[in-house]
Design a protein around this ligand. Structure first.
Ligand SMILES: Cc1cc2nc3c(=O)[nH]c(=O)nc-3n(C[C@H](O)[C@H](O)[C@H](O)COP(=O)(O)O)c2cc1C
Length: 311
């Protein structure tokens, strides 16, 4: 791929990036996506309060290994001081980028003024961005939406504000807060964001293949693409060849994913989550529904792993 993406001094091997997905972009999945060609992977959103107050569950989310780098750690919160303190803590961790979540529409997050709610309060958002930047030497990226609803498409100005306060790149999910995760992705606004800032812009929303990612970049002028849902059960999305049509190759992908899960997770504790991920490898393929059924009926991690060895 010709397009080069550089975020401050960090040069990425590919401009295709794994988006933050709560409950999915854990260490095993990030490593898998890096091995399949993603240039950078984002952790799921991590609470600044959880970090600063040393909550065990939160700390588990920050685990990284050298082989997965570069990795971006995403913070969420609405308190500038705590966000700054969290940024200082993250700066001592082996990560390459701090991202600030200003796009999450989930009520649990927005009711506290964090996530997409920050797009309604540019002053607070600016304070948070500058506080985070003042507490780290790492590049800081900000993930936003196009606006809060159809009548308030604020992303171009908001992105400029983020740049002026120290952000090194902006990721834009091409939907408004009120759209959630449905409706047309607005490439035009992403192109306007790109024209309004000098820092790299990463487009995001509904990209299902490598080729669609190239088209998104061509049409908007953006410098990179974040892929979220399409990567689930499909780490091949980061490569030009795309998802294999043979059952054996899909099995091989799942086998690799399971090996990483076994290495980095407590497999007994997260069996339903593993089944959810594993089943996705067999979408739209002959014989896939039988295997999915076997996965959902499996009583243990070992049973799922044995399935991948049976072909
Ligand atoms: C299950 C799920 C979890 C998500 N978690 C996060 C998150 O932690 N932080 C964030 O900024 N966005 C999160 N998102 C939004 C995605 O990063 C992305 O912006 C969105 O899904 C659109 O991209 P896609 O069409 O490629 O999935 C989440 C989306 C989904 C579906």
């Amino acid at each position: 791929m010709e397009k080069q993406l550089q975020i401050k001094s960090l040069h990425l091997e590919s401009p295709l990036i794994l988006a933050p997905l709560a409950g999915y972009t854990d260490l095993a999945f990030r490593l898998l996506c890096r091995q399949f060609g993603a240039g950078l992977c984002y952790t799921e959103m991590i609470s600044c309060h959880g970090l600063v107050y040393q909550k065990e569950k939160t700390q588990l989310l920050t685990r990284t290994v050298p082989e997965e780098r570069p990795v971006a750690l995403q913070l969420f919160g609405a308190d500038p001081i705590i966000m700054g303190e969290a940024a200082a803590l993250v700066s001592d961790m082996p990560v390459d980028i701090i991202d600030i979540n200003m796009g999450c529409p989930v009520r649990k997050v927005t009711k506290k003024g964090a996530g997409a709610a920050l797009m309604k309060d540019a002053y607070l958002a600016a304070t948070i961005i500058s506080e985070v930047c003042n507490n780290t030497n790492l590049p800081v990226t900000v993930k936003i939406r196009t606006g809060w609803n159809h009548d308030s498409i604020v992303a171009p100005d908001f992105a400029k504000m983020a740049e002026d306060n120290g952000a090194s790149a902006i990721a834009v999910h091409g939907r408004t807060w009120s759209q959630g995760f449905v409706g047309q992705v607005d490439w035009q606004t992403i192109a306007r964001v790109k024209n309004n800032v000098a820092i790299p812009v990463i487009g995001n929303g509904d990209v299902n293949t490598y080729q669609e990612a190239l088209q998104f970049m061509d049409n908007t002028g953006c410098d990179g693409i974040m892929i979220g849902r399409a990567a689930l059960g499909n780490p091949w999305v980061f490569s030009p060849e795309g998802i294999p049509t043979s059952l054996a190759k899909r099995m091989a992908g799942l086998k690799r994913h399971l090996e990483l899960i076994q290495e980095f997770s407590n497999t007994d504790k997260i069996l339903p989550k593993i089944k959810n991920q594993a089943g996705r490898y067999f979408k739209g393929i002959a014989g896939g529904s039988t295997i999915r059924m076997q996965i959902y009926q499996a009583g243990s991690f070992d049973e799922i792993q044995k399935l991948t060895q049976s072909l």
